[in-house]
Design a protein. Structure first.
Length: 423
């Protein structure tokens, strides 16, 4: 399989391609191809990427089932997979088997694969401070170097020691060193949020809304990307235009336009797509639309991602593409349970009786005439004990009586009944 960073990094969105009319601009030069196969990687990396494709399809389907209002979505399969690959380093038994099945982790060499992919894709060690968006570059200006950054974090309760094999693996393959925090204090959340903000250039400022004070460890991943288009859109060509939503209603959006520009084009069953390469030749965004009367955005299946990775063919196209800027949050445990990850308690390789109590993913993306800036974070929190599952559901949603008792003696201090609590 031909591995390409656009698909591997999972930075993209499903939006609209249209044929635009107007004065023909001179054709852009043939874009620097991003379709050539990447340098040869070890087999576990190929398996890891193939697993990401399968996971992405399952995850997208799960999110779509819960998205009755058809909201915008953005997420990073790489970020989610890296966080759970760290968890996998301490997993045993059924938990290990389910993680491998859900994420398609290679049977051997997972840690080497994530290390190799990071070495191949990452362009900077530290995320630079966020800068405000400026004007598109002039015809004689050199594009800025693309930025791809990846960070992994391990936050551990003060006084707690995790298994040495686990911490050694995270240090060697994920560059994650234990950082002690006090999860019984609000400062723990503040410390993690500061790490998130630093590693996303301020695009995301928090991970968990709150953490169980019984938390003993948090595994975190952050990914950040900023890249200019190889051929930027002209701001003077952006104008308000109609965008037809899946339900047939029409909204007005700022639509970027390019005429007679050379792009890569791909097709599949019920969809067509174009590739917009970023400067530097190693990143690109594919935009997919339905090629039928169905207005629903095409699903990003594993086979679709493989087709995109093959690169398509070169064509001349008139392009209309909206600007967009949004973010999203996914409560991961519910979504992952729906695709087969139901056992997250066999994790004694982290510390005895460790089990996952919460997991969350946040992502943002901005696309404009200059290019794209995107960031995502994933957090997995764990405790050494969870409350037992409820054995009884008790809802006092009908008339009831009450008794306030003195427990040592059994004396009824107050008794009464409630017929209408709204009175």
């Amino acid at each position: 399989m031909r591995i390409r960073k656009a698909a591997a990094l999972g930075v993209g969105a499903v939006l609209m391609l249209a044929t635009a009319c107007g004065t023909t601009e001179p054709s852009d030069p043939e874009p620097e191809t991003t379709t050539a196969a990447a340098p040869a990687m070890e087999e576990p990396v190929d398996e890891f990427i193939a697993g990401l494709y399968e996971f992405s399809e399952s995850f997208a389907r799960s999110i779509a089932q819960d998205d009755e209002d058809r909201e915008n979505t953005v997420y990073s399969p790489v970020s989610i997979a890296y966080a759970f690959a760290m968890l996998r380093a301490g997993a045993e038994g059924e938990t290990a088997a389910q993680l491998d099945a859900v994420f398609g982790f290679p049977a051997e060499g997972l840690n080497e694969a994530v290390r190799a992919l990071a070495d191949e894709a990452v362009t900077v060690d530290d995320v630079p401070p966020r800068t405000e968006s400026g004007e598109t570059r002039g015809p004689d200006d050199e594009p800025a170097e693309p930025i791809v950054a990846l960070a992994n974090g391990l936050f551990v309760q003060e006084g707690m020691t995790l298994e040495s094999d686990f911490t050694t693996t995270l240090s060697e393959y994920f560059d994650a060193e234990p950082e002690n925090v006090d999860f019984t204090s609000p400062e723990a959340v503040a410390t993690i949020d500061s790490w998130v903000e630093e590693n996303t250039a301020g695009r995301i400022d928090r991970l968990f809304d709150e953490l169980d004070p019984e938390t003993i460890a948090v595994l975190a991943n952050a990914i950040y990307m900023k890249a200019e288009w190889e051929n930027q859109f002209s701001e003077s060509s952006t104008e308000d235009d109609d965008f037809t939503k899946a339900d047939g209603s029409v909204v007005t959006v700022p639509m970027m336009n390019k005429q007679s520009t050379t792009v890569r084009h791909a097709t599949g069953e019920g969809w067509e797509a174009i590739e917009l390469p970023y400067a530097g030749g190693e990143l690109s965004m594919w935009i997919l639309i339905s090629d039928t009367d169905d207005l629903t955005a095409p699903q990003l299946t594993a086979s679709t991602l493989e087709t995109l990775a093959d690169g398509g063919t070169s064509v001349s196209a008139d392009i209309a593409l909206p600007r967009w800027d949004f973010g999203g949050t996914v409560q991961l445990l519910e979504q992952l349970r729906g695709i087969g990850l139901t056992n997250l308690s066999e994790l004694d390789g982290i510390t005895p009786d460790f089990m996952v109590s919460d997991a969350i993913h946040r992502a943002t993306i901005t696309v404009d005439e200059q290019g794209t800036e995107a960031a995502a974070v994933t957090g997995v929190a764990g405790v050494t004990s969870l409350p037992p599952e409820a054995q009884v559901e008790f809802r006092a949603d009908r008339p009831y009586t009450f008794a306030i008792m003195h427990t040592p003696t059994g004396a009824p201090l107050f008794l009464g009944g409630v017929e209408d609590p709204s009175q």
